[in-house]
Design a protein around this ligand. Structure first.
Ligand code: ADP
Length: 269
């Protein structure tokens, strides 16, 4: 009897613990949502004053460049670079804050076409890059959001390749081993790589791996990638690329039936 009572008590304690932990987790999630919402509002409000700074700095450079001393030109250059970084951060913050609450408009995406158009845009800043892309299948998703996912990954692969080395990027696709309804897309590069111990953390917002200090960045791109992919019912991951560099991957539904429509969104026809 006593033993049974002890088991009952232990079970009740365990249940209390679980309930308590669930309550704390829910509270943390709510706090995170509030913080992200707040960051979104701030980013939105900073956008127009900052574009004034960028615009006027641009104008001084265009109109008054001849009247500036070289010292003043140096200062102006610093204003432009810093304002440009701030714009990048604000755009990333906004994308991060809205990634969860914009309505998904799901349609069939021709991945080859999408990759080609991203590569064409990226070519401007990385003319020497070798970008191999095997025939990719079509997937289901929101075209502008999936574009952002691929653009962030391809952009990182180019950015985190040292300047004296031409970027080598390989994009491949295969059925997901765990779920036949999903297609897995890999973006592999031969850049600076990520230390093994930090691989698990790079998807966290504002987290940057050791070795990336010399490259501009906000630490938000991969957090945006993860949010978007998870909203599509997919998963993301990263490993070291055999032979050096990094291999990022994400999965996406192959059919509309396997796309998760979030609870607060009406199902699209
Ligand atoms: P950002 O590039 O703006 O810092 P991300 O969220 O896109 O932010 O990436 C987070 C971190 O992950 C980067 O700071 C960098 O340390 C690492 N990282 C991302 N992609 C790569 C890559 N292709 N090669 C090496 N490191 C990478």
């Amino acid at each position: 009897d006593r033993a049974l009572r002890r088991v009952d008590e232990a079970t009740a304690d365990l249940r209390d613990d679980i309930l308590q932990r669930e309550a704390v987790e829910q509270q943390l999630r709510r706090r995170e949502e509030e913080l992200v919402g707040f960051a979104g509002v701030v980013a939105h409000d900073l956008r127009s004053p900052l574009s004034n700074v960028v615009g006027y700095a641009e104008m001084i450079g265009l109109v008054d460049d001849d009247n500036l001393t070289s010292k003043q030109q140096g200062y102006l250059g610093k204003v432009r670079t810093s304002a440009g970084r701030m714009q990048e951060l604000i755009d990333d913050l906004l994308a991060y804050a809205t990634a969860d609450n914009t309505t998904l408009r799901i349609s069939e995406i021709d991945m080859v076409e999408l990759v080609e158009s991203i590569v064409a845009e990226r070519r401007v800043s990385a003319p020497d890059a070798t970008i191999d892309c095997e025939p990719l299948p079509s997937v289901q998703g929101d075209p502008s959001q999936i574009r952002q996912v691929l653009d962030n990954l391809i952009g990182n692969a180019i950015k985190y390749t040292p300047e004296n080395q031409a970027a080598t990027i390989t994009i491949t696709a295969a059925d997901d081993a765990a779920d036949p309804d999903l297609c897995r897309i890999d973006v592999a590069d031969r850049g600076i790589g990520i230390p093994e111990s930090q691989l698990a953390e790079v998807f966290n917002a504002f987290t940057r791996a050791e070795g990336s200090e010399h490259y501009p960045g906000t630490g938000l791109g991969l957090a945006i990638v993860q949010r978007i992919v998870e909203r599509h019912n997919g998963t993301v991951g990263v490993t070291q690329n055999t032979g050096g560099g990094t291999r990022f991957w994400f999965t996406l539904p192959k059919t509309t039936a396997s796309v998760r429509v979030p609870k607060n969104e009406p199902e699209e026809d």
